[in-house]
Design a binder for this molecule. Structure first.
Ligand SMILES: Cc1cc2nc3c(=O)[nH]c(=O)nc-3n(C[C@H](O)[C@H](O)[C@H](O)COP(=O)(O)OP(=O)(O)OC[C@H]3O[C@@H](n4cnc5c(N)ncnc54)[C@H](O)[C@@H]3O)c2cc1C
Length: 468
């Protein structure tokens, strides 16, 4: 079978996995990455320090035979630990048991493991090479080394763009065709803060219970096996555990209004805001004011494109094609699915790459659109609803119906997170299920009041069993 050389731009999470999969399948793979090699220079993130890895992501890693290498650095998260304003906490399990969980992984460690794997499989990666522009007529990519200013060219008949949300390849493609690009800003941004590992605390600054935990050799200042959420209506904080004992905290907040990034302009305002809204977290974040002003404010939004490829010459994948907001923890997971899908399509022949690229877009775009919509919806759920009585009743009924109708009524979160059902299917079935839950719980205050027989009938009437 003809196996053309494939050139990738961007060796982030999706690019490094795709390079691994393609090289493992015998393609000659050349990758150009803007940043220096993180194995020598240290990882320069610019994005979230850790990420939630779910079934779709694990499937990508398993396909590349990397699960065993990565499992030891992943921290299990069984559910949401909801922190109320008064400091009370409540764990809402994500799934039925510990087989239905998500995992927190460090972005740098994951990226480095993927780069190692790509090179072991035979991919050639050139670091410090930023794509500047493309001469489409003579199939020439132009790169700049930002550290030295050196320029370099590379001739490539087929380019895969895994260069993230601000993709330079996308800009270059847009000089040739209208990609139908649209960016919808969320109007909210994020800021990363840190809860250090217990051994890194000054013991005198710790509350007595945590001081004893530290003395016992414990590493985590909060429950490690959970994704912590402080829902506060229009905004929220979340925290994901890191394997060495710290937590990365992310504040999501509107850009304008009160409170917002526009009002938190000095240390006194930041302290007052955290003391009011996140009082139980403040003693755990000794450096939060410095972090707030030292760390960048990250912008959030959704990128939609109508076209992801330029005939057989170029294809966009991952965030370069469909950046989404992070509230379902699925951006990377979705990008890993892209990588598996493209590697699978290329297995069936590469004679007509334009056709392969078109098929890829046809199969993936409805799913990317669906997870984009669900991710925005999940922001409202996380920041505003997880502590509502009606929300909790609907979740309780959802679990009940899932137990009564296995394979037919499957909560949307489970379909997105624990399965590899197409996102578009999860979205469509989720809408039907939400209608059933709304109808069955209308005017009810507890599960005991719900007419389960009537709910069963709605399930049977409106939902076909899922294919096994
Ligand atoms: C706050 C936050 C939290 C998130 N949490 C999660 C989560 O929990 N779970 C999840 O699944 N997803 C999460 N995501 C989404 C996830 O980060 C992205 O979907 C994922 O990083 C996309 O991978 P990528 O390889 O497509 O792009 P990127 O990770 O952005 O990688 C792009 C690569 O291309 C390189 N590059 C850029 N421009 C050029 C150029 N001109 N030339 C050469 N190289 C270039 C970059 O240096 C980088 O290495 C989160 C995102 C954010 C912002």
């Amino acid at each position: 079978m003809h196996k053309p050389e494939l050139t990738l731009v961007g060796a982030g999470l999706v690019g490094a996995l795709l390079a691994t999969l393609l090289a493992q399948r015998g393609f000659r793979v050349t990758v150009f990455e803007r940043r220096p090699d993180p194995r020598q220079a240290g990882f320069v993130g610019g994005r979230s320090i850790n990420l939630a890895l779910a079934e779709r992501g694990w499937h990508g890693l398993r396909t590349a035979r990397l699960q065993q290498r990565l499992q030891p650095i992943a921290v299990m998260m069984r559910g949401r630990m909801v922190h109320a304003l008064d400091g009370a906490t409540n764990l809402q399990r994500y799934g039925r048991d510990d087989s239905e969980v998500i995992w927190s992984v460090n972005r740098g460690s994951l990226n480095i493991a993927l780069l190692d794997a790509a090179e072991e499989a035979g991919a050639q990666i050139h670091f410090g090479q930023r794509l500047d522009h493309v001469d489409w007529n003579d199939e020439r990519l132009h790169f700049v080394d930002d550290a030295s200013g050196a320029r370099r060219e590379h001739v490539a008949a087929h380019v895969l763009g895994t260069d993230g949300a601000g993709s330079a390849l996308r800009t270059a493609m847009a000089t040739q065709i209208d990609l139908g690009e649209r960016f919808e800003p969320l109007g909210h941004s994020y800021k990363e803060l840190e809860i250090p590992a217990l051994p890194d605390f000054d013991p005198a600054a710790l509350p007595p219970a945590l001081r004893s935990a530290r003395e016992r050799g414990e590493r985590f200042a909060m429950e490690p096996n959970a994704l912590h959420i402080w829902p506060r209506g229009g905004y929220m904080c979340i925290a994901l555990p890191n394997a060495e004992g710290s937590f990365t905290v992310t504040l999501f907040l509107p850009n304008a209004g009160d409170p917002s990034f526009a009002t938190l302009t000095d240390a006194a305002a930041v302290r007052a805001f955290f003391a009011r809204d996140f009082a139980d977290a403040v003693p755990l974040m000794p450096g939060y004011v410095e972090d707030f002003f030292g760390n960048p404010t990250g912008m959030l939004g959704t990128l939609y494109l109508e076209r992801w490829h330029l005939d057989q010459r170029a294809l966009l994948l991952g965030d370069a094609a469909h950046a989404i907001v992070p509230f379902h923890g699925q951006g990377m997971n979705c990008g890993f699915e892209d990588a598996v899908e493209l590697a699978g399509l290329l297995k069936h022949g590469t004679a007509d790459l334009a056709d392969v690229f078109a098929q890829f877009q046809q199969r993936r775009k409805p799913n990317a659109d669906a997870i984009a919509a669900m991710a925005v919806e999940n922001y409202v759920e996380m920041r505003d609803r997880v502590d509502d009585a009606d929300f909790l009743l609907m979740r309780a009924l959802e679990r009940e119906l899932a137990a009564r109708h296995p394979g037919r009524f499957v909560p949307r979160y489970w379909m997105v997170t624990f399965s590899r059902l197409p996102y578009a299917t999860a979205f469509a079935r989720g809408e039907v299920q939400a209608g059933i839950l709304r109808e069955a719980t209308r005017g009810k205050r507890s599960l005991a009041e719900v007419d389960l027989g009537a709910a069963d009938a709605l399930v049977r009437e409106r939902l076909q069993p899922l294919e096994p």
